[in-house]
Design a protein. Structure first.
Length: 286
């Protein structure tokens, strides 16, 4: 899997997504900025607030992001106009577009799942217990939102009717983080403490797949254009892919201690990952 690195400066590139304008959009979690990069061009930066974390394309043609430190949900247009919506004390982390035309996010500090309309109206849904630490969130093929419960060692599901279901993981203290809809009609996730990938069907059946390096600390996961699931291994300094039958392929990043975090399919059909050392990396699937 050939790789190429694109420096984007200091500030800690963290999450990355493809925007509706054919560009890559990424957060600089330590720099208070959101960046935009057209493959082959130069990055452009926009100041946004305190600790922009996860970013996603919204249903309104804008990009939406969480501010973990600033306790806000942010919106940035493709021309760079920024709007913020306060979520006091929530420490929001994950965010995704839902099937209902709204954005859904996780409130890690208040144990809630949030919903925000494109007009900025916020609704929060409490989880069944305290200290669950909801993390990443993704829309599922069943019309619901699926999320990881990092401290509760579980995967959660919330319907657009606000009904929440929790599925415990087989491995204790696995620490699930990233989650995505797979190409096989199931949800796929990674366990940062157990060094595993996982698959959960929409009925709640869970299968876990140990990665070759159990200490690699897998962080984010996305479905690639080749039908494989692609994973960043933060401590292992590598990118791995896994087929839906569990076959894993791994490639070390060329720069030591790159700290790969978010990963997405880019507008050019390649995989792109954010490296906290100050770069984006482009990976061409074999």
């Amino acid at each position: 899997m050939p790789m190429r690195k694109y420096p984007v400066g200091d500030g800690g590139p963290y999450a990355i997504t493809t925007g509706p304008d054919g560009a890559l959009w990424f957060t600089l979690v330590h720099g208070g900025r959101v960046g935009r990069l057209v493959p082959g061009g130069e990055p452009v930066f926009h100041p946004v607030g305190d600790g922009p974390t996860v970013i996603t394309a919204g249903p309104d043609g804008a990009l939406w992001f969480t501010e973990f430190k600033g306790h806000r949900i942010g919106r940035i247009t493709t021309s760079g106009q920024v709007t913020g919506f306060e979520v006091p004390g929530a420490a929001p982390f994950g965010i995704t577009a839902g099937p209902d035309g709204a954005l859904w996010f996780t409130a890690t500090a208040t144990d809630r799942i949030g919903r925000i309309t494109t007009a900025g109206e916020i609704t929060e849904i409490p989880l069944p217990a305290a200290g669950m630490f909801p993390s990443a969130i993704a829309a599922g093929p069943d019309g619901a939102l699926w999320f990881t419960l990092n401290q509760a060692n579980a995967i959660g599901r919330v319907g657009t009717d606000h009904t929440i279901t929790v599925f415990e993981l087989p491995t204790e203290q696995a620490g699930p983080v990233g989650i995505t809809a797979g190409p096989d009609g199931a949800m796929w996730f990674v366990e940062i403490l157990a060094g595993q990938a996982g698959r959960i069907t929409t009925s709640g059946e869970i299968t876990e797949f140990p990665l070759p390096d159990r200490a690699g600390r897998p962080h984010a996961i996305t479905t690639g254009p080749d039908g494989r699931l692609w994973i960043t291994e933060w401590a292992g300094n590598r990118i791995s892919s896994i087929t839906t039958d569990g076959t894993v392929t791994s490639e070390d990043l060329p720069t030591p201690a790159s700290e790969p975090h978010g990963i997405t399919t880019g507008p050019d059909g390649a995989l792109w990952t954010a490296l906290e050392i100050g770069a984006l990396a482009r990976i061409s699937p074999a």
